[in-house]
Write a protein that binds this ligand. Structure first.
Ligand SMILES: [Fe+2]
Ligand SMILES: [Fe+2]
Length: 268
C-alpha cells in the first residue's frame, strides 16, 4: 500500500495548496490513501465541519489532530461519525477516537494519533498509551501501523521510534510546523521528527508575524491572524508499506513560486 501523509494544514493557504496539488499527486505517485493532520485547518485553530468536508473532497481520506482538535465546537459533534482521529492518550470518556483500522486494497492499516507530554495540555502518558494503541490495532488484524505523533519535543519523538520500531511501520511527527531533515527508514520503520506545515511558509509557523512578536515583546495575548497573501508550501511524505514493513519513502515539498523538491528517505 502506498500512503501519503500531510502535516499540519494551516488555514486557507494550506487548504488552497491541498486543493491545487493533492489530486494530481495522488495520480502521479499512485497513492492509495492520504492522511492529513488538520488541527489548524480552520484559520489556524481547529477544524470546522465545513472545512472538514471540503478537505475530504480534495482527496484526504483520514484526518488526525492534536492540541487544537477542540478549538471548533461543531467538529466535536461529528468526531464519532467522520474519519477524524483525536489523540488516543485522552480519557476514554472524551469524544472521538484515537485509533482506527482501514482497509486498503485488501490489507489493513492501523492509524494512531498520539499527543506528546512536553509543553502540551494534560494527557495520559503517550508511551504507555502507544503500546496499548498498537496492541489494539494489531488485535484487529492490522499488520501495517502508522502513528502521527503530535508533539513538541524531538526527544519524545525519537524515543517513541526507539521503543516501537520493531512493531510499527511508520512514525511521523507533527505540531511544530517546521520540517526536520531526519527522514529515514530504520530497520523497516519510517521516521521523521516533524513533517512541517502546509500553508504560509513566511511569517511565524504559518501565522502573520505581528501577533507572535507582540506576544513575545509584552507577554500579553494578541490574536493570531493567517496572512491573506503569503509564500506557500505544501509538504507530504509518500511511503510504501509491504507486509507491515516500510520499503521506501520520500518527502515532496511544493512551493507556489519555486520548483518542487523531493528528498528520499535514508535507509538505516
Ligand atoms: Fe499544528
Ligand atoms: Fe499542535
Amino acid at each position: 500500500m502506498r500512503i501519503g501523509f500531510i502535516g499540519d494544514v494551516v488555514g486557507k493557504p494550506g487548504r488552497d495548496m491541498i486543493n491545487v496539488h493533492l489530486k494530481a499527486l495522488r495520480e502521479e505517485f499512485g497513492i492509495d490513501f492520504v492522511i492529513a493532520n488538520t488541527e489548524n485547518a480552520s484559520h489556524g485553530f481547529g477544524l470546522s465541519v465545513k472545512n472538514a468536508n471540503e478537505l475530504f473532497g480534495m482527496g484526504i481520506d483520514m484526518m488526525t489532530g492534536g492540541n487544537h482538535t477542540w478549538d471548533r465546537k461543531d467538529i466535536v459533534e461529528v468526531l464519532d461519525i467522520l474519519p477524524i482521529l483525536r489523540p488516543y492518550n485522552l480519557p476514554s470518556s472524551v469524544a472521538g477516537r484515537g485509533a482506527e483500522i482501514v482497509d486498503i486494497n485488501g490489507s489493513k492499516l492501523g492509524i494512531i494519533n498520539l499527543m506528546g507530554h512536553f509543553s502540551m495540555p494534560m494527557c495520559d502518558n503517550p508511551f504507555i498509551k502507544a503500546k496499548e494503541a498498537v496492541a489494539f490495532v494489531k488485535e484487529q488484524g492490522a499488520k501495517a501501523v502508522f502513528i502521527d505523533f503530535h508533539a513538541e519535543s524531538t526527544s519524545e519523538k525519537a524515543a517513541l521510534l526507539a521503543m516501537l520500531k520493531d512493531e510499527v511501520s511508520a512514525i511521523i511527527g507533527t505540531h511544530t510546523h517546521i520540517g526536520t531533515d531526519d527522514l529515514k527508514i530504520d530497520e523497516g520503520t519510517l521516521f521523521l521528527s516533524d513533517i512541517g506545515l502546509s500553508g504560509c511558509r513566511d511569517g511565524v509557523i504559518g501565522v502573520d508575524e505581528k501577533a507572535p512578536i507582540n506576544r513575545f515583546l509584552t507577554g500579553l495575548p494578541f490574536a493570531f491572524e493567517i496572512p491573506k497573501n503569503c509564500k506557500k508550501i505544501f509538504q507530504m511524505v509518500i511511503f510504501e508499506i509491504d507486509d507491515g514493513v516500510c520499503m521506501d519513502a520520500f518527502k515532496i515539498k511544493i512551493y507556489d513560486d519555486k520548483e518542487r523538491e523531493i528528498t528520499k528517505a535514508l535507509h538505516e
